[in-house]
Ligand binder design. Structure first.
Ligand SMILES: [Zn+2]
Ligand SMILES: [Zn+2]
Length: 135
């Protein structure tokens, strides 16, 4: 643990588990309280609605959401790529599919060379693994 610049305010602070300076940490806890308080009476909300009602930054609300601090309320927030409202993960279905499709060509290239010794060894390895797994 040493000194670091706080990613929120840029001030020098002694590194801690929270990763931000105590001042910003306290502020974020206040913000978290506000958000949790607001959501207590709501079944579902969008990120924008929460932001409007509490004045808390989108970034902080998202962090709360991804760290599991917000529960019991369905929150919609924009997909990180296209902005479509989603309520789980970081990307909408369409964008996750796009990413999967971008990855496919490489897989196919490997499958086209079944005679390659590496692949043979590998499938043998996987075969053994599977057997072990089902014991
Ligand atoms: Zn700070
Ligand atoms: Zn998207």
């Amino acid at each position: 643990m040493g000194l670091a610049n706080c990613p929120e305010c840029g001030k020098l602070y002694v590194e801690n588990a929270a990763g931000i300076c105590p001042e910003c940490y306290r502020k974020q806890e206040d913000d978290a309280e506000k958000v949790v308080e607001y959501l207590r009476d709501v079944d579902k909300a969008t990120l924008e609605e929460i932001h409007q009602a509490t004045g808390v930054k989108h970034k902080i609300i998202l962090r709360l959401l991804h760290s599991g601090r917000i529960m019991g309320t369905a929150i919609s927030y924009p997909c990180e790529t296209c902005g479509t409202l989603i309520d789980q993960g970081r990307l909408c279905d369409k964008c996750s599919k796009n990413i999967l499709e971008q990855m496919k060509p490489e897989e196919r290239k490997q499958e086209q060379e079944p005679q390659s010794p590496t692949i043979k060894t590998r499938s043998r390895m996987y075969g053994n693994l599977e057997k072990d797994h089902f014991k």
